[in-house]
Design a protein around this ligand. Sequence first.
Ligand SMILES: Nc1ncnc2c1ncn2[C@@H]1O[C@H](COP(=O)(O)OP(=O)(O)O)[C@@H](O)[C@H]1O
Ligand SMILES: [Mg+2]
Length: 271
Amino acid sequence: MRIIAIFSPLGGVGKTTLAVNLAASLSELGKRVLLVDLDAQSSATMALGLATEPGGSLYSALENGTSPRAVIRSTRLPSLFVIRSHIELLEVDMRVTQRDHHQTRLREVIAELRALPDFDCILLDCPSSMGVMTSAAMAAADELLVPLKPGFFMWPLVSCLLAQIQHVIESGGNPGLHMGGFVINRFEGNAAQLSEVARALQATAEPYVSGNVVYLTTIPDSVVLTEAPCSGQTVLEYDPTGVAARAFQDLAQEFLDRGTNKPAVSIEIEK
Ligand SMILES: Nc1ncnc2c1ncn2[C@@H]1O[C@H](COP(=O)(O)OP(=O)(O)O)[C@@H](O)[C@H]1O
Ligand SMILES: [Mg+2]
């Protein structure tokens, strides 16, 4: 069982796109996957074609003591399950006074899910903030996957994120956390430019991590990835033979291959 938080404080970089389509691709490969939508915006919930009515969402498990198992919903894919979000979660994410209580409760919920025998992996779709939900996800996850949209603003963010991850590990918040890797999303240049970006990204990451932390598979900029969630479908359903679907299938395979080689991508803490 692997618990993976799809993480970045920047909005619009592709966290939800990655969470939904990686989850679908892993399930297509026969893995039993649970996608937990931690974002009050509920984009992952809607991208899977599910309604966001109150009740029976992650909020119920956090606030009303509903068993996490009772809020797991099936999807059209037989081995893909989801815990839906609802806008009510915003209240949890932002209620500073009860931050510790909510963080503890979310960690308990994730621990209960981890103990279930039903899943091979759990993907956590984090919101674009460093609020309660993201902090608890970082504290509970085994590894982080970070989508990046190449561009000028990416570089300061990369060091910042790695320093943040190192802090979570060093502070005892989650000593077992691994940097699963960066996934380059929406790259529009040619192959030579792509390998230059990947090389520079790896070099930026090296003071913090050992091993190759840049996924070889990249996600192309493709209009079907914008259209698919609007119709409540994963890209595997919406455009099954297109390049974007193929990219996610390759990514899922690379994800599984990397999972067998964890120590190569663990954060090394300099004392
Ligand atoms: N590779 C891509 N090609 C085209 N559109 C994309 C791609 N990745 C993400 N998008 C679109 O960009 C927007 C933001 O992506 P999203 O996954 O919701 O980001 P985040 O969850 O990080 O805020 C969405 O409309 C999504 O459909
Ligand atoms: Mg999102």
